[in-house]
Design a protein around this ligand. Sequence first.
Ligand code: NI
Length: 171
Amino acid sequence: MALRKIIEYPEPLLRVKAKKVDTFDEELKILVEDMAETMWEAPGVGLAAPQVAQSVRVIVVDVTEPGEEKHYMALINPEIVEHEGTQLDEEGCLSVPELTAQVQRYKKVTVDYQSEDGTSKQLIAEDRIAVVLQHEIDHLDGILFIDHLSPLKRNLYKKKRKKMLALEQTG
Ligand code: NI
C-alpha cells in the first residue's frame, strides 16, 4: 500500500467526469488499497479516485459505526438508483482546503455498485453514510460540495482560495 497525493481545488482534473471501470484487475485492487490508506491518513471519511488524480469511477467510504473497529467499503461504478427525504449536514472535502459548510442531501439512498471483483451489489444507507456516499459519487461527475452552496458563499470561497494559493507561492 502507498499514500497517494490528494489534488486540490481548483485543479481541473477534479472537474472531469470519471470513466466507468470495466477491468477488475490487480491494478484496481492496488488503487482501492492506496485510496483507503490515503483516506485514513488524511484523515477523511471518504475518498473518490479523481481526488488522487485517477479519473475512474471508484470511491472508498468509511462505514465504521460507533464502537466498531475502523473499516471501509470500496464501491466501483456506484450509482444512486433511489432516494428518500432530505437532510442538512456539515461537509468538508480533502480537495477543498479550509472550508466546511451545510449542504442539503438525500436522507436515504439506494446505491447500485460493483465490488472489487466485479460482482454487482446494492447498498441502502442513511444519515451520515448516505451523505458521504452522495459527496463521493458527486466527485465522479466532477461535482464538488461547493457547487451545492449559494453563489455568494461559493464566490467567497473562490476568493479565499486564490489568496491562500498566492500566499503559498510567495512562501
Ligand atoms: Ni470530497
